[in-house]
Design a protein around this ligand. Structure first.
Ligand code: ADP
Ligand code: MG
Ligand code: MG
Length: 885
């Protein structure tokens, strides 16, 4: 038969799903002999039954509570409702997952007019007795009977004013007695009912109120945010009260077994003398540091901390109360901590022999590592944001506002720190971005130029900050609230939160702490997935190595084409009308690409580098048609020469010819190579030449992997493979040196994934480009989706998450699985990786591990995250296997 109620000492072995987190902690603490006031737990099943029962507390539950109350009475020698020796209890909520402050707890249940009178007489502590009673009336009135809390607050305020005191506990006995009368009157007026004098009735009503609080709006909201199931229900803990408000030898506090912000091993906490529990949480008075508590108690707390950690094997956050010099524990749970503390605690606990390496690795949230790897706001600093945009590229930057790229470059050269503020950025602005500490734009999304470029550089950016209006003429911007920021004013942007602040805000350096390095080394020993970086520049390559990348999984070449000194040559190439002209332009680009690749190969000696051949629609390198039309018009107006105008017209015609209806699925990637093979030929030549030169100069070079984008047909790859091999032979003949290289393709069209067995015969490796694969599988263009319909899709539950952030497992994920399995079956040597943004997202990494990929590739600053997440995937798999076997 189902049982609903257990005394703390009877419930050992039940889980936190049955007991709720609070109940679980109380039961466990009781079992190891810590001083916990005795009590009982009503399991979560009772709450579920309550809701199935249309909001009526099941009779059986109440009967069991009565039986347990009898046993409790016998144990503590106090009885519910007995004026001579009353049992006073708290009725506390406690869900399986901690939902701090979301649900309700009622203290001092069991007091009534008669009992409080006798208690006051017997103890001689009248102030304490009436204070306890007025708290009961206040909490019970608000939580159980639905009286607005304000009503009670008003009365308290009035009395404190009258007596000229600041705090509740300074009120006189007389005041407290009158307050009690007024509180009862408020309840009567507001509900038409009396405050129940029958203690049992109070308990019954309080239990119901706790069940009800599971579904109060803020609890529902909280569960939605943290993705906690609505079906779990809350447990109810009924526990004998101990009183921290009996006088100066009493008090209440909160402790952490280690410092939650640094992770340092020391008892940390706060204490409030002569107070009841909720005072600390409510911030009614400023608490004292724990060290100020009575030394005897402090010593005991240190022992408690030791014992708690040994038992729970994690840092604990606990509540305690001291009643007339005696210590009681009222709650414990795994303490929340900063990323820095999480890492330090995990590593320290391994060293202390408290936990295993696997446990430690599972305890640090990969996403939290993000906090550690960027300059971030000093948590102690007060910030006052003037605007908020999208948090496009994490990190904090401070500098003088500039609006023009030339100013950024000039001031940058002079060693000044600037923030480039633009409506949006274009490839032409790259110099300014390089010179600036950070970028702020008023338009554009997470994939806008500014966002992508800054992320690649690891430079902070806030984009799409629509709250600001930029006036490029006046060189100033205005925020929604009317703050005017002029050129030269100092601002700080936080790319991790999207906040923009006036002036300089103190920051702290990112740290790859000793502990983090140690933890990640352990992670490396356990993971199966390789971790590579998406990096296009030597700086990014070096950063990636510093963070532990095992190679470059995606080196995009279009970024190199976009550099300001190259754009004119690229344009020349595109405008070419004859093969000769085109070849001449490519000849000019060649030495530049050669230099780029050499630098990257040098930075990645001994490691694989996957270079992706050009993948951008050509029209993106040309000026927009509207601009050209305007220019031509102006030229005509001022009477420019025929020849000049004809030249511009030629550009315009080319732009129009290249204009595509749907560039995302237009003439790009390998499709461009089929019609214009000479671009890829030049790139392959530069890549192999660079590798050979680095090998000769340094005795070692990178493992070259040449990657073709946008493939849909094996035949495309066959043609390009032939082109690449021919070019390679030419280079080898010219240099008299051969080097091995791999040839492979991105899998970013559904057809490529579905025909993986064909494609794998022509490729040495696959790399899933999950961004485009998501676009092509869902037939969503990312920018349109994120700005126009993603939000309603999420709200209506069509999508659970942004598929560009969290892999769409049912669609895109299935293609990844099929592509991997069939590709490997057809070509056992095939190496399979992922180079899309999902490669740095922990949940997706778990999936890629399961799908049998060989490596993930992500932006450099996500490398530590990927290393940890990959280790967690491997550990989880091992544990799950162990359980199923
Ligand atoms: P929350 O989940 O909001 O923390 P709690 O159930 O922990 O709510 O109770 C609120 C406060 O009341 C806490 O500070 C707690 O320590 C205190 N408290 C709860 N039960 C008792 C009790 N039996 N004796 C003394 N203090 C208690
Ligand atoms: Mg609590
Ligand atoms: Mg792509």
């Amino acid at each position: 038969m189902e049982r609903y109620v257990y005394l703390f000492e009877e419930a050992v072995g039940l889980t936190r799903f049955e007991l709720g987190g609070k109940g679980y902690g109380l039961v466990e603490m009781t079992s190891v002999g810590l001083p916990v006031p005795p009590g009982m737990v009503i399991v979560t099943e009772a709450c579920r039954e309550y809701y199935r029962n249309n909001g009526r507390v099941p009779e059986r539950v109440l009967e069991e509570v009565k039986v347990k109350l009898e046993q409790l009475s016998a144990k503590v020698g106090k009885r519910l409702g007995d004026p001579e020796n009353p049992l006073i209890v708290s009725v506390r909520s406690g869900a399986p997952y901690s939902m701090p402050g979301m649900m309700d707890t009622i203290l001092n249940v069991g007091l009534n007019d008669l009992i409080v009178e006798r208690l006051a007489e017997k103890t001689g502590n009248r102030r304490w007795a009436y204070d306890a009673y007025r708290r009961l009336l206040q909490m019970f009135g608000r939580i159980v009977m639905g009286v607005p809390g304000e009503k009670f607050e008003e009365v308290l305020r009035r009395y404190k004013e009258r007596e000229g005191v600041k705090h509740d506990h300074e009120l006189s006995v007389e005041a407290l007695r009158s307050i009690v009368k007024e509180f009862k009157q408020i309840i009567r007026e507001h509900t038409g009912k009396e405050f129940p004098q029958d203690p049992w009735m109070q308990i019954e009503m309080a239990i119901e109120a706790v069940f009800r609080s599971w579904n109060n709006p803020r609890a529902i909201e909280y569960r939605r945010y943290y993705k906690i199931s609505d079906d779990l229900g809350t447990a109810v803990n009924i526990q004998m009260m101990v009183f921290g408000n009996t006088g100066p030898n009493s008090g209440t506090g909160v402790g952490f077994t280690r410092d939650p912000s640094t992770g340092e091993k020391r008892l940390y906490g706060e204490y409030l003398p002569n107070a009841q529990g909720e005072d600390v949480v409510a911030g009614i008075r400023t608490p004292l540091p724990l060290e100020k508590v009575d030394p005897k108690i402090y010593e005991q707390l240190k022992e408690v901390a030791e014992k708690l950690e040994r038992h729970f094997r994690d840092m604990q956050d606990f509540e305690f109360t001291v009643e007339d010099g005696k210590l009681y524990l009222l709650q414990t749970r795994n303490g929340k901590r900063t990323a820095q503390a999480a890492v330090k605690i995990a590593v320290d606990m391994i060293r202390e022999g408290l936990i295993t390496v696997e446990e430690a690795l599972m305890r640090v949230s990969p996403t939290d590592l993000n906090q550690l790897l960027h300059r971030r706001l000093d948590p102690k600093a007060k910030v006052n944001p003037i605007a908020k945009g999208l948090n496009a590229s994490p990190g904090v930057a401070t500098g003088k506002v500039v609006f023009r790229v030339e100013d950024a470059v000039e001031m940058g050269k002079a060693g000044k720190k600037v923030i480039l503020v633009r409506p949006e950025t274009t490839p032409d602005d790259i110099k300014g971005i390089i010179a600036a500490q950070g970028v702020l734009t008023s338009r554009g999304g997470m994939t806008s130029h500014a966002a992508v470029v800054t992320r690649g550089m690891g430079k902070p950016a806030v984009v799409g900050c629509e709250e600001i209006t930029i006036d490029l003429e006046k060189e100033q911007f205005v925020t929604a609230s009317g703050v005017v920021v002029k050129k030269g004013d100092v601002i700080t942007i936080d790319g991790s939160t999207g906040y923009v602040m006036l002036g300089e805000v103190p920051t702290i350096e990112p740290e790859m702490t000793e502990e983090l390095k140690v933890l990640l080394k352990w992670a490396d020993e356990r993971r199966r997935l390789g971790v590579r970086a998406n990096a296009d520049t030597p700086e990014a390559a070096r950063k990636a190595r510093e963070f532990g990348a095992e190679g470059i999984g995606l080196c995009r070449t279009e970024r190199m084409f976009n550099a300001p000194d190259r754009l004119p040559i690229v344009r020349e190439m595109i405008m070419a009308t004859t093969d000769e002209e085109r070849r001449a332009a490519l000849e000019k680009l060649y030495p530049m690409q050669l230099q780029d690749f050499k630098e990257i190969f040098r930075a990645m000696k001994g490691l694989p580098v996957t270079v992706r051949l050009l993948d951008l629609p050509l029209h993106e390198f040309l000026p927009p048609a509207e601009e050209l039309i305007k220019e031509i018009y102006e030229m005509k107006m001022r009477g420019a020469s025929e020849k000049e105008i004809e030249e511009k017209l030629r550009v315009l015609r080319k732009v129009e010819a290249l204009r595509e209806h749907n560039p995302m699925i237009g003439h790009r990637g390998c499709r461009l190579a089929i019609t214009h093979p000479e671009i890829y030929r030049m790139q392959v030549r530069a890549i192999l030449r660079a590798a050979i030169e680095v090998l000769e100069e340094e005795g070692e070079t990178a493992e070259v992997q040449i990657m073709v984008p946008q493939t849909a047909f094996a035949k495309e790859l066959e043609i390009i493979r032939k082109l690449v091999e021919e070019t390679a032979e030419e280079v080898f003949a010219e240099t008299g040196k051969r080097i091995p290289f791999k040839f492979g393709t991105m899998i970013e069209t559904p057809r490529a994934a579905l025909t993986a067995s064909e494609i794998a015969k022509v490729a040495d490796f696959f790399s899933f480009g999950t961004n485009d694969l998501t676009q092509t599988t869902l037939a969503f263009s990312r920018d349109d989706a994120e700005f126009k319909f993603l939000q309603p899709y999420l709200e209506k539950g069509i999508l659970k998450e942004n598929p560009f952030e969290v892999l769409d497992r049912e669609g895109v994920g299935r293609l990844v699985k099929i592509g991997t399995a069939e590709g490997k079956a057809a070509n056992p040597k095939l190496e399979v990786g992922i180079c899309g943004e999902h490669g740095g997202e922990p949940n997706s990494i778990m999936f890629f591990h399961e799908a049998g990929l060989d490596y993930v590739s992500c932006s450099p600053y996500r490398i530590p995250i990927a290393r940890l997440a990959a280790a967690q995937a491997a550990i989880k798999e091992k544990v799950e296997v162990a359980i199923t076997v």
